[in-house]
Design a protein around this ligand. Structure first.
Ligand SMILES: *Cc1c(COP(=O)(O)O)cnc(C)c1O
Length: 383
């Protein structure tokens, strides 16, 4: 059965149409390098989109962006950095690159993101143990803004800078202000599965021109101003290529349209699961939150669903060649981070056990939706 049906992906690249024009221009002008008109143009487009006087440096990945934010905040060997546990490993790995220790914090139930209470407990305890965390990395997971005011208030109380992980939340807003503009720094990602893609890429959102210049400097091997190659600091090869940036410029033209289509998928699932007891679609807790719904996610509670689990549903969909995926496995439960401190309870852990991401791409067709709906309804009708 599955061999006859084309695969429905969780989230696949969706080109708008103008990307190749920007890439072709780069070829014509021979800007085949990690600098050029597309790099500058993509940065300007992003600055205009995010507003709030932000300055942006485009890079080779979102992970690189978080790394360079940590570098600029002076994080080094032996330091501690607080990180939301319920996330993709790209949020936490850069802490390890610097020889620092990630301190993981649990989520709260309404946004699935970092719990302000557990965050404060973590800070107080780390300070009492002799080390004040150097930064806090909260995440707008699946496009859902974290509790920006509450988390911001805790950070401010202890004067700890925030690096916003906005890799999944371009186009989301909190109290009508863009995600990616709340922290000292924010990281964006344009990986192949994100809301817009440059095939692979990222950006660091900076507070001012000085810090943007620093970002460019560190991402191009920290070269000093001299005719020869002169270096007084260790740098990185993290700048975005002018080819990738061309794809990005084309994608910016369809970003808002793609947000609308992803949100359409969310409403599609809302209507399907309205009448299915025990299944909840991940939804904004109030009008303050506007999610791009990068991925639509559900939780499946085995008790009210008469014993079925998210894994049963995942396997059922797989039979129809429909991809779905468990929610992120929390970092504090990953073998690689096993020994790192963790603060909070079982919120992230339970979400991991009960949660499933469903096909959410902006390029899904009516035919795809019909197949998805049929497969889901069949699964629950047979229970
Ligand atoms: C994708 C992602 C990253 C990393 O971005 P890359 O561009 O893949 O390096 C970081 N954090 C979160 C939450 C992500 O989803």
């Amino acid at each position: 059965m599955s061999s006859e049906l084309s695969k429905i992906w969780l989230s696949s690249p969706h080109m708008g149409g103008q990307e190749q024009e920007f890439v072709a221009k780069a070829f014509e002008e021979n800007w085949i390098a990690p600098l050029g008109p597309n790099v500058n143009g993509f940065e300007e487009d992003l600055q205009q989109y995010l507003g709030n006087d932000k300055q942006i440096g485009v890079l080779s990945s979102g992970t690189a962006a978080i790394h360079l934010a940590l570098v600029q905040l002076g994080v080094s060997h032996g330091d501690e950095v607080i990180c939301q546990s319920f996330t993709f490993c790209g949020s936490a790995n850069p802490i390890m690159y610097l020889g620092a220790t990630p301190i993981f914090v649990d989520s709260e139930v309404s946004t699935w993101n970092i719990c302000p209470k557990a965050l404060e407990e973590a800070i107080v305890d780390r300070i009492s143990k002799g080390k004040k965390p150097k930064a806090i990395i909260p995440v707008h997971l699946y496009g859902m803004p974290y509790k920006v005011d509450e988390v911001g208030a805790v950070a401010q109380k202890y004067s700890i800078p925030i690096i916003e992980d906005a890799a999944e939340s371009l186009g989301s807003t909190y109290k009508s202000k863009n995600c990616g503009t709340f922290g000292e720094f924010a990281a964006l990602s344009f990986n192949g599965n994100k809301i817009i893609t440059t095939s692979g890429g990222g950006a660091l959102v900076c507070a001012d021109k000085e810090s943007k210049d620093k970002t460019v400097y560190y991402s191009t091997q920290a070269r000093d101003a001299a005719p020869h190659y002169q270096h007084t600091e260790v740098g990185f090869n993290y700048r975005m290529s002018n080819i990738s940036a061309g794809i990005g410029r084309g994608q910016m033209k369809v970003l808002d349209e793609h947000v609308g289509l992803r949100r359409g998928m969310f409403h599609f699932y809302k209507s399907i699961f309205e009448t299915i007891e025990g299944v909840e679609v991940f939804t904004e807790p109030s009008d303050d939150f506007f999610s791009n719904h990068w991925l639509s996610a559900i939780t499946v509670r085995p008790e009210p669903t008469k014993g079925v689990s998210r894994e049963d549903l995942r396997l059922h969909l797989e039979q129809y060649n429909i991809e779905s995926r468990p929610l992120w496995k929390p970092m504090h439960l990953q073998p690689v981070f096993e020994k790192m401190p963790f603060y909070g309870g079982q919120v992230a852990e339970q979400l991991f056990e009960e949660g499933l991401c469903l096909p959410s791409g902006s390029n899904l067709t009516d035919e795809d939706r019909t197949r998805i709906k049929k497969a889901i309804l069949e699964f629950f009708q047979n229970k």
